[in-house]
Design a protein around this ligand. Structure first.
Ligand code: ZN
Length: 238
């Protein structure tokens, strides 16, 4: 085991209020495409960039194209939790981890058994009517063709935070509270360039900030420990 991994293992053993903050890199090992990585969705052929299709104004103006993209690119298929999800769920069961904060919308932390998951960007596992707010099973909007509509005539949407939309303020406030109270903050699988990831780190008060990522991030200098590599692989070695 490398010196960095040994330090991380020791810090985890000594900690009682671990918070994990994760991004797309946590799910890539489950086969879910990362929007922003070089081999991610941005480099694939589509009429508009994903950032535009997944914006609220685009959804309102062109729901058919939004849903074509949604069914083509966003669906989870048979994605299963990977060792990173399972390791974090195990830390919570052992009473060492208080929260997982995620930018992912795939529900894989919960599928692995995590209970306190703060989903900053919402989830694909819920949907609701934009007019009357009636909840719908997302399996229905996956199967239907065209734009799925509620019995009231309203358009059904997935419960994700689209571009141009603000985050759920309760989820954000609870994330800040958890980070403030953390004794160990592990940040993984995020390049820390997407709002609000970078801003959240400033609330950490401790001296054990760990960054685990495949590539460099703007916050590497602020980390107390930096480990390079795929997060599932690293957690598997602990
Ligand atoms: Zn409705």
């Amino acid at each position: 085991m490398s010196a960095e991994l040994e330090t991380l293992r020791q810090w985890i053993e000594e900690s009682e209020r671990i918070v994990f903050f994760g991004g797309a890199g946590v799910s890539t090992e489950s086969g879910i495409k990362d929007f922003r990585s070089a081999d991610g969705l941005y480099n694939q052929q589509y009429d508009y960039p994903p950032e535009e299709i997944l914006s609220y104004s685009f959804f309102r103006a062109n729901p058919a194209e939004f849903y074509r993209f949604y069914r083509d690119k966003l669906l989870l298929g048979d994605a299963k939790p990977n060792p990173a999800h399972r390791y974090l769920a195990e830390l919570e069961r052992r009473g060492k981890l208080t929260a997982v904060i995620t930018q992912n919308i795939d529900g894989l932390h919960q599928a692995a058994g995590s209970r306190n998951v703060l989903e900053l960007h919402g989830t694909l596992l819920r949907a609701y009517c934009t007019r009357c707010r009636k909840p719908y099973d997302p399996a229905r909007i996956e199967k239907e063709e065209g734009v799925p509509r509620c019995s009231c005539g309203g358009v059904i949407r997935p419960d994700i935070v689209m571009y141009e939309e603000s985050l759920d303020q309760e989820v954000l406030a609870e994330s800040i509270r958890q980070i403030r109270a953390a004794d160990l903050l592990i940040v993984g699988g995020t390049s820390l360039v997407v709002y609000p990831a970078a801003g959240l780190l400033q609330y950490y008060r401790g001296s054990r900030l760990v960054l685990i990522n495949k590539s460099a991030t703007p916050y590497d200098g602020a980390a107390n420990l930096r480990i390079q590599g795929p997060i599932g692989e690293i957690f598997s070695k602990l």
